[in-house]
Design a binder for this molecule. Structure first.
Ligand SMILES: [Zn+2]
Length: 445
């Protein structure tokens, strides 16, 4: 039984990613993430009563992966390796990792974000956090070593995790797109993929958009979309607010550049914005504070908003709240609980998609109704995804030529699309393309 994969979370669903690999008597865990929809719903309903979130409760409401599916492997775990800093990949670490006697190994940006989550939530983590830079390799045990391969995605320092074993490479290849003109960081390097050819026993691959027959557009397309709106709309006397993912440093860079073309100062508002912006600075990825103000705490935010209220046409606000989250800055502005009022013909740009879970859709609808009632002009979907589409997946699988493939990060439709793609590429369902759902295991050889 050389290599066995256990699908713990994110298989047959979107969110709470976690995958365990057993190689003889050693186990490595990839990702330990939150299910954002379930987590937001739970913390909104329960947070007033629950002081410290209990992992058991979080598991019960499916907000974090059910790691009890690998209880028999627990003593064998040698490392926990999150692939990047998105919460659906690292967000459950504070609740689950301490129950494993193993270090966390991740890129510097991911480590920085993880440390600030732990600090902010006052969580004690017993695991060491060891940094490994993209495109470098680290020995784990006598038999195992881990290599991080740079890929492009919607947050910096995202990697494919290559676990080198005596039986070949186990490649955890989730959350990527093929972007050869990114606006921040290195491009996707297909040659790095080709170098793996012939050595990959199994690849566990992002299958979210396996049914979309296209190539996901580059992040530079999103920059053009932003430019197109911001530079062509007459915003002169009005307020402009752009909301996007706090972790999307490349997008924030593009927004700042557009704002400067409009001769507006930029301010990033909110704890979450500050967390990722400072992480990017610490890791020398992008120095936001050279180009914009970053304001983290409530009282300072109020002061700043008061100032902006009197200089409305001189600023561009980058705010949290793209999913209409109730505690976010944009929602608070819409609720008029901060000293800044939106007026008729002010501009709000959603540089994001709506993550299609009911709780988000409800929140966004409510927010958009409030904004519309104020006469605000809304620009939605000024966005391109960070996830591969079907043709990107085809190129990557062709370059790597893994012996086995497994879809991850998708619900039923994504799995089906991926299996069909696998069949087109010469794989056979159940033989070497394995549509796993949470809790299932498969032996590959
Ligand atoms: Zn991601």
């Amino acid at each position: 039984m050389p290599v066995e994969i256990c699908a713990v979370g994110g298989f047959g669903e979107i969110g709470k990613n976690m995958c365990a690999v057993r190689v003889d008597d050693e186990v490595v865990i990839f990702d330990m993430g939150l299910h954002m929809g379930n987590y937001v719903k739970f913390t909104e309903e329960e947070r007033e009563q629950v002081v410290k979130l209990d992992p058991k409760e979080l598991k019960k409401v499916h907000a974090i992966p059910n790691d009890n599916t690998i209880d028999d492997w627990r003593p064998l775990v040698k490392a926990i390796i999150p692939s990047h800093a998105h919460l659906d990949h690292v967000g459950a670490i504070p609740y689950l990792a301490s129950a494993f006697d193993a270090p966390i190994i991740c890129t510097p940006f991911t480590a920085n974000v993880l440390q600030s989550i732990i600090r902010d939530d006052k969580i004690k983590l017993t695991n060491a956090i060891n940094e490994l830079a993209p495109n470098s390799r680290m020995k784990l045990t006598d038999k195992l070593s881990v290599e991080f391969i740079h890929v492009t995605h919607s947050t910096p320092h995202t990697v494919f995790v290559a676990l080198h074993t005596p039986y070949g490479i186990v490649l955890y290849a989730t959350d990527f797109k093929v972007d050869i003109t990114p606006v921040l960081g290195k491009k996707f390097d297909m040659q790095l993929m080709e170098k793996l050819k012939g050595n990959v026993l199994v690849a566990i691959v992002d299958s979210l958009y396996s049914q979309d027959n296209k190539k996901t557009p580059s992040e530079s397309v999103a920059r053009e979309m932003l430019r197109d709106v911001l530079l062509s709309v007459d915003s002169k006397p009005h307020s402009v607010i752009v909301t996007t993912f706090s972790s999307h440093i490349a997008r924030i860079k593009s927004i700042i550049e557009c704002a400067h073309q409009l001769n507006r100062h930029v301010v990033l508002l909110g704890r979450s914005m500050a967390k990722y912006a400072f992480a990017a600075e610490d890791c020398d990825i992008y120095h936001t504070s050279k180009f914009a103000e970053i304001i983290k705490y409530g009282s300072k935010v109020r002061q700043k908003l008061k100032k902006i209220e009197s200089e409305r046409n001189k600023w561009l606000i980058i705010a949290t709240g793209h999913q209409g989250e109730p505690k976010s800055m944009l929602t608070r502005i819409a609720n008029r609980t901060v000293p800044f009022r939106l007026r008729k013909d002010d501009i709000v740009i959603f540089s994001c998609n709506i993550i299609p879970v009911p709780v988000n859709m409800e929140h966004r609808q409510k927010l958009e109704e409030q904004l519309t009632d104020m006469g605000v002009r809304i620009y939605k979907d000024i966005h391109v995804s960070g996830h591969a589409s079907r043709e990107d997946m085809r190129d990557v699988i062709r370059a790597i030529q893994p012996k086995h493939i497994i879809p991850v990060h998708s619900a039923k439709a994504g799995i089906r699309g991926f299996v069909d793609l696998g069949i087109e590429l010469g794989y056979r369902e159940g033989k070497n393309v394995h549509p796993l759902v949470n809790g299932q295991r498969v032996i590959v050889e």
